[in-house]
Design a protein around this ligand. Structure first.
Ligand SMILES: [Zn+2]
Length: 266
C-alpha cells in the first residue's frame, strides 16, 4: 500500500462528516489496509455491545408460540421443545378431529341413528391421535429423538399427553352438545373406553408399530359394536351402560398399571 489516509480524513470518516466520495474511498481503503484500520478511533463499548447483540440474535433459536405457551404452563424448555416438535400428522389430526366431531355432531342431531355413529366415533378419536403421534415413518424427528434420554416410553407418554389434552377437551365439549346429553356425567360416557383403548394401544406398541397397534384396537372396537348391534336382544349402547363402565374402569386400571410398570423399568 503506497498511500494512507490522513489523520484529518480518518477523523472525518469516523465522525460521519466526510463527503460521500471521500467516505466511499476511505471505506474501500480501510477494507484492505490494517494500518489505517488500527488508526481509526473506535468506541470499544459500542463495539462490544453490538457484537453481543448480534451473537444473541444469531445464536438464540426463537421459541415457537406453542413452546412459549408450554413454558408459561411450567414445562422445562427442553420438554416444551420436544413437545412442540410434534409430527406434521399431529397437526393434521387436530384439524381432522375438529371436522369429524363437527360432522358426527350434526349427524347426531339430523339423522335417526346419528347418535350411535357419534357415540362410537368419539372414543376412537384420542386413539387415532396417539397412533399418529410417534414412531418411525410418522415422526420426522424420530431418529433424532430416539437417541435422546427422552427416547422410548417416556417420549411416547409425553406425546400421548400432548394428544390427550386437546382430544379429551374437544370430545367433552362435542358430547355436551349431543341431543340426548343433559348432565356432565353423560358428556363423558366415552371417556373410560377411550382411555382404556389408548392404554391398550401403548402396550401393544411394544411389539407393533404404533399406528398398526391403533388400527388393531380400533378394529376391535368396531367389531365389538357390530357384535352388539347384531346380537339378539342386545344394543350397542350397552357398551356405555353403568355395568360396562365398571368393566372399562377395571380394564383401564389394569392397563394403566402395565404402562406405569413399563415406564419404571424402561
Ligand atoms: Zn492505509
Amino acid at each position: 500500500m503506497s498511500w494512507h489516509l490522513t489523520h484529518d480524513q480518518l477523523h472525518r470518516y469516523a465522525t460521519h462528516t466526510a463527503d460521500d466520495v471521500t467516505a466511499m474511498s476511505a471505506e474501500a481503503h480501510l477494507t484492505h489496509c490494517t494500518h489505517c484500520r488500527d488508526r481509526l478511533p473506535t468506541d470499544e463499548a459500542w463495539l462490544e455491545h453490538s457484537w453481543a447483540n448480534l451473537l444473541d440474535v444469531v445464536d438464540r433459536p426463537r421459541p415457537s408460540p406453542l413452546e412459549r405457551l408450554l413454558g408459561t404452563l411450567g414445562l422445562r424448555e427442553g420438554t416444551a421443545k420436544l413437545l412442540a416438535a410434534t409430527p406434521a400428522l399431529y397437526r393434521a389430526w387436530l384439524v381432522a378431529m375438529v371436522i369429524v366431531l363437527a360432522t358426527t355432531l350434526i349427524l347426531a342431531h339430523e339423522i335417526p341413528r346419528g347418535t350411535l355413529l357419534f357415540s362410537f366415533t368419539v372414543p376412537v378419536i384420542p386413539l387415532a391421535g396417539v397412533a399418529l403421534a410417534y414412531g418411525r415413518g410418522v415422526d420426522p424427528a424420530h431418529s433424532l429423538a430416539s437417541v435422546t434420554p427422552w427416547a422410548g416410553p417416556r417420549l411416547l407418554l409425553l406425546r400421548t399427553c400432548a394428544v390427550l389434552a386437546p382430544a379429551l377437551t374437544l370430545c367433552t365439549v362435542a358430547s355436551a352438545l349431543m341431543p340426548s346429553v343433559a348432565t356432565a356425567y353423560e358428556a363423558v360416557f366415552w371417556l373410560l373406553p377411550a382411555l382404556a383403548m389408548v392404554a391398550g394401544c401403548l402396550i401393544l406398541g411394544r411389539w407393533l408399530h404404533l399406528s398398526v397397534a391403533g388400527g388393531v384396537i380400533g378394529g376391535g372396537w368396531l367389531l365389538l359394536m357390530a357384535m352388539f348391534a347384531l346380537m339378539e336382544g342386545a344394543d350397542p349402547f350397552q357398551l356405555f351402560s353403568p355395568l360396562a363402565q365398571a368393566g372399562w374402569a377395571t380394564a383401564l386400571a389394569l392397563l394403566a398399571a402395565i404402562v406405569a410398570l413399563r415406564m419404571r423399568t424402561a
